[in-house]
Design a protein around this ligand. Structure first.
Ligand code: C2E
Ligand code: MG
Ligand code: MG
Ligand code: MG
Length: 282
């Protein structure tokens, strides 16, 4: 009887797997089409100076406007794009689109802000620096207005190779930031070797401020490490006044989160940047 149960279990499991695989293939081919169909778009989440609340930058976040499913969040397709390698093409599209948008805002006479693009581990190859350089040149954008956000998973592979790529990117004048900092496994001994501009405190720590003393301690420590290594530091996922007050007191430079603004469609971000639409009362 036991064997029968197991066999049933296995049959059930493999049917599940089959469904999972079909679902993945469906999303993958859909995403491949979306890349060519113009179903992808970018939203822009402002980054604010913690001292005066002014917008000092924005993070481009990809969205998939699916004809039937509506707005699909990146959590539902980025991991798959990473697993299949499609994220390389997706990343090319995102960089291209972000640079075109930055150039359009510049031509429209808006004050320049730094635009950040998320880069997956699989995109972080020897080919990336030249691609970034070529894209900037083609759009006539100065490199200091571009930032690449990388996560610690990018740094886990061949560390010397990764640092070499980082050095070539920063040599262009493009800034690098470490996203979701504190959630991965990068060691402090490597941190000092990374040519990064900014540490981004992960939302999971911001969330616990001020009630969770461990999260407060971790956030303060990240801020202090950043200061001592001469990096800037930004907290993501800031949703409350209490979090803002704590981070300000701890010496954090920048904030990003729903308290100030959600990611915005390009035209709304433009209004916010023009000061015509206050994202938050000062
Ligand atoms: P991330 O880079 O850490 O981006 C922060 C995420 O937190 C965004 O989710 C943002 O909308 C959300 N967020 C910001 N402020 C708050 C807040 O106050 N509260 C809450 N609850 N959430 C907040 P989103 O846009 O769904 O993106 C999720 C992740 O998908 C990103 O995490 C990033 O890892 C990835 N991603 C997004 N766009 C791209 C892209 O163009 N390329 C790559 N490779 N990854 C991307
Ligand atoms: Mg990011
Ligand atoms: Mg995060
Ligand atoms: Mg993040």
């Amino acid at each position: 009887a036991k064997q029968g149960t197991e066999a049933d279990g296995i049959a059930f499991y493999s049917q599940d797997m089959n469904q999972g695989m079909h679902e993945r293939m469906r999303i993958e081919s859909g995403l491949r089409q979306a890349l060519g169909n113009g179903e992808l778009l970018l939203h822009y989440q402002p980054k604010f100076c913690i001292d005066d609340g002014s917008i000092i930058g924005a993070e481009a976040l990809v969205r998939w406007q699916h004809p039937e499913r509506g707005m699909v969040p990146p959590a539902e397709f980025i991991p798959l794009a990473e697993a299949t390698g499609l994220v390389v093409q997706l990343g090319e599209w995102v960089l291209e689109q972000a640079c075109a948008q930055a150039q359009a805002w510049k031509r429209a006479g808006l004050r320049p802000i730094r635009l950040a693009v998320n880069v997956s581990a699989r995109e972080f190859t020897q080919a990336l620096p030249a691609r970034v350089q070529e894209t900037l040149r083609r759009h006539g954008l100065e490199p200091q207005w571009l930032e690449l956000e990388i996560t610690e998973s990018t740094l886990m592979h061949n560390i010397d190779r990764v640092i070499g790529i980082m050095d070539r990117i920063t040599a262009l004048g493009v800034k690098l930031s470490l996203d979701d900092f504190g959630t991965g496994y990068s060691s402090l001994s490597y941190l000092k070797r990374f040519p990064i501009d900014t540490l981004k405190i992960d939302r999971s720590f911001t969330m616990g401020i001020p009630q969770d003393t461990n999260d407060c301690a971790i956030a303060s420590t990240i801020i202090s490490i950043a200061q001592q290594l001469n990096h800037r530091v930004i907290a993501e996922g800031v949703e409350t006044e209490d979090q803002l007050a704590f981070l300000k007191g701890a010496g954090c430079n920048e904030v990003q989160g729903y308290l100030y603004s959600k990611p915005l469609p390009a035209h709304e971000f433009e209004l916010a940047l023009r000061g015509k639409w206050r994202v938050r009362a000062a």
